[in-house]
Design a protein around this ligand. Structure first.
Ligand code: NAD
Length: 425
């Protein structure tokens, strides 16, 4: 597998999350102690644990689970498997989860987990042993009423099934609500797998329509990342008639200026264990850096952090960026893009579809009453559009960029709840 580097500089995601927070919190008249409290992760767990590999060797892996904030309710956040996971990345992702849940008005706080590993080079058996052992190590922190994991990069519904089973074996009875994003036959929700990508496109479509664009076929869309978020974003955009001209994954970009046949790309990817696009013939091969600079109307970064930075923000030609990934744009790039009039729908809004349907799944699991997919899609749209409206209102009120407006909205809710609850004891 040929893995391509992107244009990214390495920038600490936690420092970015804190910079974004500092920018937004400056618009709120909050006591200094509350500002400092919301800046810090509530608790952090690091674990080192052994896993037996298929060749009989034992390897020690490191994992994390961070709870950023639990004022609004149980903490919620995915688990990432990737070689470059570190504690600061998990802290940043946990903090963004706090703001995301608050922004879409879910009764959840924010958390995140991660394990330093390369799921692309591990067998399914190794991944199962790693997952079960990691789940066992973080049992002190997870709980269906306290902290509920979900999938993120490198993990999927099967990973959630193993965590659910491991937790259930430990407590002695089945606890479907311990995770969300699990397979439907063990209590998952209709519409969860596609929810994040679908939400990205709901936000994109809404922004374009509000801007007077009513002909999807005239809108060229480039999508970075073809995993859970990127592939479902591509599928839904294609279904709505958008012209998806480029997609990419860790092996590079695939471009057709006339538009890609997304069902054909999806069929091709489905033949590969990791849904990789390497070898796809019905498109021109480009790099991920070239994809970010393509001549298109909408750019949807749906892979990883730090993709649009001060180094390449001037090269972006899209007029709208919809952040399917968490943290794809740095604050310096935000400033450059804002000055250039490029609109950004920030991650905590654009990719909130995943946690929103995770919330629906959790509620359905606790009630043991399940909805049909039409109901899930309808409710997802309702929640996202309501949050979108509120962000636009706050943006106008404060005269800020959309990311800052989204963060102001979220921080206001969490700080308000903190002040109402009071400081214990
Ligand atoms: P995934 O593991 O399913 O897919 C990741 C994709 O990114 C793959 O196509 C992979 O090949 C590609 N990729 C990896 N390294 C790359 C690189 N260097 N350059 C270009 N592409 C690269 O992960 P996912 O669940 O789709 O998550 C993607 C992003 O969306 C992450 O930032 C994640 O935090 C965020 N997110 C995911 C969800 C969810 O429900 N899964 C929800 C909200 C946000």
């Amino acid at each position: 597998m040929a893995v391509q580097a992107t244009a990214a500089e390495h920038i600490n995601p936690y420092e970015i999350a804190l910079q974004q927070y500092d920018r937004a919190v400056a618009y709120l008249d909050l006591p200094k102690g509350i500002i400092n409290f919301l800046r810090c992760p509530k608790r952090e767990l690091s674990v080192n644990f052994p896993v037996r590999l298929d060749n009989g060797d034992v390897e020690v892996f490191t994992g994390y689970r961070v709870h950023h904030n639990t004022v609004l309710g149980p903490s919620k956040g995915g688990i990432r498997y990737a070689p470059n996971v570190d504690l600061d990345e998990v802290r940043a992702l946990a903090m963004w989860m706090t703001w995301k849940c608050a922004l879409v008005n879910l009764p959840f706080g924010g958390a995140k987990g991660g394990v330093i590993c390369d799921p692309y080079t591990m067998s399914d058996d190794e991944l199962e042993r790693l997952t079960r052992r990691y789940a066992t190590e973080i049992i002190p922190l997870i709980n269906p009423h306290g902290d509920i994991p979900a999938p993120d990069m490198g993990t999927n519904a099967q990973t959630m099934a193993w965590i659910m089973d491991t937790y259930s074996m430990n407590v002695g009875y089945s606890v479907p609500a311990i995770v969300t994003g699990k397979p439907i036959n063990i209590g998952g929700s209709q519409g969860r797998t596609e929810a994040t990508g679908r939400g990205v496109v709901i936000c994109m479509d809404e922004a374009l329509r509000r801007d007077g664009h009513n002909r999807p076929s005239e809108i060229a869309v480039a999508i970075q990342g073809f995993g859970n978020v990127g592939s479902y974003a591509a599928r839904h955009a294609y279904e709505l008639g958008y012209n998806v001209i480029a997609v990419s994954d860790v092996t590079g970009g695939y471009y057709n200026p006339k538009g890609l046949d997304i069902p054909d790309v999806l069929d091709f990817a489905a033949q590969n264990r990791h849904n990789l696009l390497e070898g796809y013939q019905n498109a021109d091969k480009i790099t991920n850096a070239e994809l970010l600079a393509l001549d298109c109307d909408v750019l949807a970064p749906c892979a990883l952090e730090n993709q649009i930075t001060a180094v390449n923000a001037y090269d972006v030609k899209a007029r709208l960026i919809v952040e399917g990934a968490n943290g794809p744009t740095t604050p310096d790039a935000d400033d450059i893009l804002f000055a250039r009039g490029v609109e950004i729908i920030p991650d905590i809004l654009a990719n909130a579809g995943g946690v929103t349907v995770s919330y629906f799944e959790w509620v359905q699991g606790l009630q043991a009453f399940f909805w049909d997919v039409e109901e899930v899609h309808r409710q997802l749209r309702r929640v996202l559009i309501k949050a979108y409206d509120e962000v636009i209102r706050i943006r106008q009120q404060h005269g800020v960029d959309t990311r800052t407006a989204a963060q102001i909205t979220a921080i206001k809710r969490v700080s308000g709840a903190t002040l109402t609850r009071g400081i214990f004891p």
